[in-house]
Design a protein around this ligand. Structure first.
Ligand SMILES: [Zn+2]
Length: 115
């Protein structure tokens, strides 16, 4: 009579550990896009976000800059993103969906004023 609950026996900890190992695998693909098919790299970014949302895990910090957070396109430097330093901040523009994200620079009153 135990077969009914077999699939539910996996604990929350195990589930998250498995999800984390999947994240590592997907990030590995995103870090070495030249070794994989373009379609695989694209779906890796989508899977990474989906897994992280489903298991309520943060996306590892090293993976945050590997793809666009809006259209999930994997970033290829010089091809589909533009990176500029502006007023002490790193400004990343995705050329696929033209979303702009700014990183670093600290609080607003610490930044160099925009000319
Ligand atoms: Zn984008």
């Amino acid at each position: 009579m135990s077969s009914r609950n077999n699939r539910r026996r996996q604990s929350k900890i195990d589930r998250r550990a498995i999800a984390r190992s999947s994240q590592v695998r997907l990030i590995n693909i995103l870090e070495n896009p030249s070794q994989y098919d373009e379609q695989i790299v694209l779906s890796s970014a989508q899977h990474l976000v989906k897994i992280s949302q489903r298991h309520r895990l943060p996306i590892p910090s090293k993976a945050r800059h590997l793809f666009c957070r809006r259209c999930l396109a994997p970033h290829r430097y010089g091809e589909n993103i533009r990176v500029r330093i502006l007023a002490g901040q790193r400004v990343v523009t995705c050329l696929e969906c033209s979303s702009i994200r700014r990183y670093g620079g600290g609080p607003q009153h610490h930044r160099i004023q925009n000319p």
